[in-house]
Design a protein around this ligand. Structure first.
Ligand SMILES: [Mg+2]
Length: 388
C-alpha cells in the first residue's frame, strides 16, 4: 500500500432480514424477505467502506462473484474509474439489473473509503459543500383515511414537516372518492404548514390506470396543494409522461426505477419530469447519481434522491444533497429498522424538521455492528478484515 494506492482485498454483502418495511406492493414484502443488502469493501490499508444495495441479498452475493475478477486489487481511492470499469465490462451480463444495483453499493463504499482516507466528508470530494442541513420528507404507505391520520400524526409529532404518502389502495381500488378522502385526511393531519407529496406507485405490478386517470387525479391533488405527483403512470410510458406534464395541475416526479445514467437522457431531453428521483443504491451509485443530478440541473429539472432504503442509502443522499446547488429534500422512510436501527448515532431531526448532513470523513456515519447483526446473520463479515 502507498498513499496513492489502497487495494481492494475483498467485498462482502450482508442481506437485511426480519424487519423489511412493507412496500405497498400488490405482492407485499414480508418481514423476512430480503430486498436490501449492505456491502463492505475491505482494503489493504485497514480502511473499510460501506454501501447499500436495493435488491435481494442472494442476488448481490451472486453479482459479487461475477464482478470479483474486475475489482480485486483495484485502487479503492478511485471510485468513479473503478465503477466505470465494472459497468463497461458487464454490458452483456445483465446491465441495468442486479449487476448495476450491486455496483451501486460498491461505488458508495468506495466513495466512503476515499473520504475516510483523506479525512474529508464526501460532499466536499463531490465538488463542494452547498449546505449542511436538508429537509427529509417522511415517506409512508397510504392507508384508509382513519389509519392515514393516525400514522401521519405520529410522524408529525416526531418533528417531520414534509410528507409523502403513496402506494397501498391509491388508484388500485378504482375509487376516485377513496383516493380523494385519503389525500384530504393527509392534508388535514399534516397541516397547511407542511409539504405533502403523493406517490401513485405505478411501477407496481399490473398498474391499472392510464393517462386520463393521471390527468384527472392531478387536478384533485392540486386542490390539496400537493407538491408533486410521483410515478403516476407505468414506468416505461415516456410519451404519456411528457403529455401528462403538459396537462397536469401539479409537478410530475419519477425515475426511481431507471438505472444507469444513459437511461435518464431521453426522459430529461424530452421533458418527461419536473422532479427526477434516481436511487443511488440502484442506479450505479454516487458516481452515476451525481452525473444524473447535474444533467437534471442543466434541464431545470429538480433532483431529489430516493436512497431511503437503509441508513447508508440515506447517508449517500445526504452527501449528494450537500454537493449540489438546489437540493432541498431527501426521502426518508418513516419507522424503518434498517434506517433508525443500525447506526451508532441514529439520524435526528432538528427543531425545524431538518437533518444535519454529517461533516465527518466519508459518508460520515458509523454502523453499530451489534445492531446490524439483529437484522443480518452475515453481519460479522462486514466488520472483520479478511485474514492476510
Ligand atoms: Mg416512489
Amino acid at each position: 500500500m502507498s498513499a496513492h494506492h489502497i487495494a481492494i482485498r475483498s467485498i462482502v454483502a450482508a442481506p437485511l432480514l426480519g424487519e423489511s418495511p412493507k412496500g405497498g406492493w400488490s405482492a407485499e414484502i414480508k418481514p423476512d424477505d430480503s430486498v436490501h443488502a449492505l456491502i463492505a469493501v475491505h482494503t489493504d490499508a485497514g480502511i473499510t467502506g460501506f454501501g447499500s444495495v436495493f435488491t435481494n441479498g442472494g442476488l448481490v452475493e451472486a453479482a459479487l462473484k461475477v464482478l470479483e475478477p474486475l475489482y480485486l486489487g483495484e485502487n479503492a481511492l478511485e471510485p468513479e474509474r473503478v465503477s466505470e470499469k465494472l459497468n463497461q465490462n458487464t454490458f452483456w451480463m445483465g446491465r441495468g439489473g442486479t449487476l448495476t444495483h450491486t455496483i451501486s453499493g460498491i461505488d458508495i463504499a468506495l466513495w466512503d473509503i476515499l473520504g475516510k482516507a483523506l479525512g474529508q466528508p464526501l460532499g466536499r470530494l463531490l465538488g463542494g459543500i452547498y449546505r449542511k442541513r436538508v429537509m427529509p420528507y417522511c415517506s409512508v404507505l397510504m392507508e384508509e383515511p382513519a389509519a392515514m391520520r393516525v400514522t401521519l400524526a405520529r410522524f408529525r409529532a416526531q418533528g417531520f414537516r414534509a410528507f409523502k404518502i403513496g402506494w397501498g389502495p391509491f388508484g388500485r381500488r378504482l375509487d376516485a372518492k377513496l383516493d380523494e378522502a385519503i389525500v384530504k385526511a393527509a392534508r388535514e393531519t399534516v397541516g397547511e404548514d407542511s409539504q405533502l407529496f403523493v406517490d401513485a406507485g405505478a411501477s407496481d405490478a399490473y398498474w391499472p390506470n392510464g393517462l386520463r386517470w393521471a390527468i384527472n387525479t392531478s387536478h384533485m391533488l392540486a386542490a390539496f396543494n400537493v407538491g408533486w405527483f410521483e410515478e403516476p403512470l407505468k414506468p416505461d410510458a415516456i410519451d404519456d409522461f411528457c403529455e401528462l406534464r403538459r396537462q397536469s395541475a401539479v409537478p410530475i416526479a419519477g425515475g426511481e426505477v431507471l438505472t444507469r445514467r444513459q437511461s435518464f437522457t431521453s426522459w430529461l431531453t424530452r421533458g418527461a419530469f419536473d422532479i427526477v428521483q434516481p436511487d443511488a443504491t440502484k442506479v450505479g451509485g454516487i458516481s452515476e447519481q451525481r452525473r444524473i443530478a447535474w444533467m437534471a440541473e442543466e434541464f431545470g429539472v429538480k433532483y431529489v434522491g430516493h436512497g431511503w432504503n437503509t441508513a447508508l442509502g440515506v447517508a449517500a443522499d445526504l452527501q449528494l444533497a450537500a454537493a449540489l446547488p438546489h437540493v432541498d429534500l431527501v426521502e426518508f422512510i418513516g419507522g424503518s429498522a434498517y434506517v433508525d436501527g443500525i447506526l451508532a448515532e441514529p439520524f435526528k431531526l432538528d427543531a425545524e424538521g431538518h437533518l444535519e448532513i454529517p461533516m465527518r470523513a466519508g459518508l460520515g456515519i458509523t454502523l453499530d455492528p451489534a445492531k446490524v447483526a439483529r437484522y443480518s446473520p452475515g453481519a460479522a463479515a462486514l466488520f472483520t478484515q479478511p485474514a492476510a
